[in-house]
Design a binder for this molecule. Structure first.
Ligand code: ISL
Length: 553
């Protein structure tokens, strides 16, 4: 969950920790095992908390350390665990470490970050004089010129997010110490932000000039660098190993390959339990990236998921997600937010994802079938990524309407509008004015109308979670993709110890019939309830889990 947008307890319009605590029974009812909370640390909020200025304190806008202690205790009382989101590839430029580092070239913390002089023979501070040509994720260049000492510092994200220098062992030890401090406080694990970017290829050098502007693609120089496995093994040894309770680690890894993911998650290597990979959420990107919106082909989606299922079958482990705080809403993107199909398609997506092998993640509101926001003006957009994309679009001569269309489809603010609790003003998120407006559809789509409704999206998620808890074949069974070339039907089996589940889902509004003769299959769960079709016939967005006596060929 994204604390800023989940629940506001004090009426300042921003979600907070006490808001989360007040909603734990809701999460428990859903069946949640683990809560992953986006950063709540002290932060100037340049990237909503992914720019941390104090790792060991809570930002006053979110609450206090005592609130976090209470949250952990209340979660544990309900047999839920707490995974904290740690951003250790970079800090805020207002972190005391960086403030010291930038103060002089001889400061002992100077090489805690990446400082470099201007390119030889070029006037410092002018475009092209940066030490390398890397483009940043949320800024034109990944380097910021710093007047005080006449050098540049590296920031892969905004200029207020300087990258830490993991080559320095003192930096690593400081970070490990901080992580141990949180474990001692009771947290059950870590989601590690962009953790495959901590090892850079040395010496730092230019990447290919593929974007047409002055800046190039530095990916190969900082994604899965030469020391990444060593660093993660060290972190595991210093922080995770030897603790007497089960801990969870998940590394967020943009651009990670399936081969690397297997290595990262093979328990024999003691690095991380899971990674968040990006392949399936990049399939609908055009050559110009995320905001270059292209249609998604179901065959590509199945090929991608199928590849990861197979590659991590023997060793390693998958994480499974449709969306999160960085992605558009799942139902609007992979399903259909047309009112005729929204509920069915939200349930179909859930059925497919939750029946894969791996650990499923649900992003707040996904379990209600929350949709993208109908942005009509740039004034409504707050996210640094979208604002940066809009600047680039404007430079390229795109109209505001074209930019807004891309943001409506892809902007991260879609996921960050207030959680829709009920049909009272601002969806019951706040008694004040919310920092982002609630989606106007909150009167129809909210937790209040869904929690007790046996046909709701919420109830379907609840049933899927219960199924995973109850059936070992869902948690551990082998995965086999069927009909990989079918353009509209997603079909697969899971098998364990002679038990086979068949999952059939129609990813469209037209009826489909598929040739999988299974006359005696029992329906385990269907988004059409008691009206589930027999195997082979699929109504619009129908998704059914069957138990079969033999696996279809
Ligand atoms: O948002 C993205 C999808 O377009 C990515 O580029 C994103 O920046 C990347 O997934 C890394 O995300 C993580 O680190 C960022 C932060 O803004 C994101 O919220 C976080 O999940 C920088 O800390």
């Amino acid at each position: 969950m994204y604390p800023r947008s989940f629940a506001d307890s004090d009426g300042d319009g921003i979600g907070d920790i006490r808001g989360v605590i007040a909603k734990l029974d809701y999460l428990h009812r859903l069946g949640v095992d683990v809560v992953w909370l986006s950063p709540f640390f002290r932060s100037p909020q340049d990237d909503n908390g992914y720019d941390i200025s104090d790792y060991q304190d809570v930002d006053p806008m979110f609450g206090t350390l005592a609130d976090i202690d209470e949250l952990i205790a209340e979660l544990h009382t309900r047999d839920m665990r707490f995974v904290m989101d740690v951003v250790i590839n970079h800090t805020s430029d207002e972190h005391p470490w960086f403030v010291e580092s930038r103060s002089s070239t001889t400061n002992p913390k100077r090489d805690w970050y990446w400082w470099r002089p201007a390119r030889e023979g070029m006037a410092p501070g002018l475009p092209g004089a940066e030490p390398t040509n890397w483009r940043a994720f949320f800024a034109p260049s990944a380097w910021e010129w710093d007047e005080t000492t006449g050098e540049y510092y590296l920031h892969l994200f905004t200029r207020k997010q300087p990258d830490l220098n993991w080559e320095n062992p003192v930096v690593r030890q400081e970070l490990y110490k901080m992580l141990r401090w949180w474990l001692d406080r009771g947290v059950d694990g870590f989601r590690m932000d962009v953790i495959n970017m901590i090892s850079k290829v040395l010496p730092l050098k230019d990447g290919p000039q593929v974007f047409g502007g002055p800046y190039g693609d530095g990916y190969a120089e900082f994604i899965t660098g030469p020391r990444i496995h060593e660093f993660l093994q060290e972190l595991n040894r210093e922080v995770i190993a030897g603790r007497d309770k089960m801990l969870i680690t998940v590394g967020e890894m943009p651009g990670v390959t399936v081969e690397e993911a297997k290595r990262f998650t093979d328990p024999a290597n003691a690095e991380v339990d899971m990674v968040f990979q990006f392949e399936h959420v990049n399939l609908d990107h055009g050559p110009n990236g995320k905001f270059d919106v292209r249609p998604l082909r179901l065959t590509d989606l199945k090929a991608s998921f199928g590849k990861w299922q197979t590659a991590l079958a023997e060793a390693g482990w998958n994480s499974l997600y449709w969306d999160n705080h960085d992605q558009a809403r799942a139902v609007s993107r992979f399903g259909s937010d047309d009112p005729r199909w929204r509920v069915l398609s939200a349930k179909a997506l859930a059925t497919v994802l939750h029946l894969h092998r791996g650990t499923p993640y649900i992003y707040q509101g996904e379990e209600l079938g929350m949709t993208n926001f109908p942005f009509t003006s740039m004034a409504e957009v707050q996210d640094v990524e979208s604002l940066h994309a809009a600047r680039i679009g404007t430079e390229l001569g795109m109209s505001e309407e074209a930019i807004l269309a891309a943001i409506r489809a892809r902007g991260r603010d879609n996921a960050r509008t207030p959680m829709q609790w009920d049909d009272t003003p601002h969806a019951g998120f706040t008694a004040g004015t919310p920092w982002l407006p609630a989606n106007p559809n909150y009167k129809e789509i909210n937790a209040g109308v869904q929690v007790d409704d046996p046909d709701s999206v919420f109830t379907h998620y609840r049933a899927l979670i219960a199924l995973r808890h109850d059936l070992p074949v869902v948690a551990e069974g082998d995965f086999r993709m069927l009909l990989p070339d079918h353009e509209t039907v997603y079909a697969f089996t899971r098998s364990l110890d002679g038990e086979t589940l068949l999952v059939l889902a129609n990813f469209g509004a037209a009826e489909q019939s598929v040739d999988l003769a299974e006359p005696d299959a029992e329906v385990v769960l269907s988004n059409y309830g008691d009206r589930a079709s027999p195997v082979g016939t699929l109504r619009p967005w129908e998704a059914t889990i069957y138990r079969t006596s033999r696996a279809p060929s």
